[in-house]
Design a protein around this ligand. Structure first.
Ligand code: BTN
Length: 256
């Protein structure tokens, strides 16, 4: 059972807890469509039966072990061309939360969180555009907290790292407070360059040579930045030109 966060400004002011559901993203999206959801309302479940990940993948989470939640924002203050700032804001809030427990937290572009080279959290962002602004967005977050058995050796959780379980309610409250704080900063900041620079300092591959695969071809390169559009800027080793890629155009290769 999860309750509303009493001192929240937006995110977590209202919490809808469902013991079980197919996907919190779908529930949140449905409530948005019916105009039944205030900005910042969170839908959270203990047992997500058809969780969706990025690029058409499934998000698998052992019932009662992790945080699986979605919330709706109405970032109408953000022009479409700056929408990646929202993604960076969410990634930074997750990084703030996980950094309470580990010093090895990094962001993998665009918004996965890795700890010691393993994925611990994933985020999906589904925007509804109206004119030149984002009318509403459903942000879905999965954070592995107490699950210790994974189908992939590339996944981890706080409990797997720390060797002890964490109360989900405590983790939920901490995460909500940090998301709320970061979103408030995004809203109030006239110049959002600070968010972007902070994001870069946490980014895997920023100013370091890492391996990628593109259309089946491997290459090594250095991330030199992220464009305002959110496309990643990579300078392949030995090349003079910088190339930019979208989310579906490139994969990272971690140590084999
Ligand atoms: C990813 O593939 O990294 C994104 C994972 C997003 C998973 C979360 S869990 C809560 C919400 N509901 C969903 O169906 N997906 C998101």
């Amino acid at each position: 059972m999860y309750n509303a966060i009493y001192d929240s400004l937006i995110i977590g002011k209202k919490v809808i807890y469902l013991p079980s559901c197919h996907s919190t993203n779908d529930i949140a999206a449905e409530l948005v469509r019916k105009d039944l959801m205030e900005e910042g309302t969170v839908v959270i479940t203990d047992n997500q039966t058809q969780g969706r990940g990025q690029r058409g993948t499934a998000w698998l989470s052992e019932p009662g072990k992790n945080l699986t939640l979605s919330f709706i924002l109405r970032p109408v203050f953000l022009p479409i061309q700056r929408q990646f700032l929202l993604s960076q804001t969410i990634a930074l809030a997750l990084s703030d939360f996980l950094s309470k427990y580990s010093s090895e937290v990094r962001i993998k572009w665009p918004n996965d969180i890795y700890v010691s080279g393993k994925k611990i959290s994933g985020t999906s962002i589904e925007n509804s555009i109206q004119g030149t602004t984002i009318a509403s967005t459903v942000i879905g977050i999965g954070v592995n907290i107490n699950q210790v058995d994974f189908t992939s050796p590339r996944m981890t959780s706080l409990a797997a790292m720390l060797g002890e379980e964490i109360a989900l309610i405590v983790a939920f409250e901490e995460l909500m407070q940090l998301l709320d704080k970061r979103y408030h900063s995004l809203k109030s900041m006239v110049e959002n360059q600070v968010i972007h620079l902070e994001y870069l300092t946490h980014l895997i591959g920023y100013q370091e040579s890492v391996k990628f695969v593109r259309q089946g071809n491997r290459f090594q390169g250095t991330v030199i930045g992220i464009a305002e559009s959110g496309r990643i800027l990579i300078k392949p080793d030995g090349a003079d030109l910088v190339q930019d890629f979208g989310i579906k155009e490139i994969e990272w290769i971690f140590d084999e």
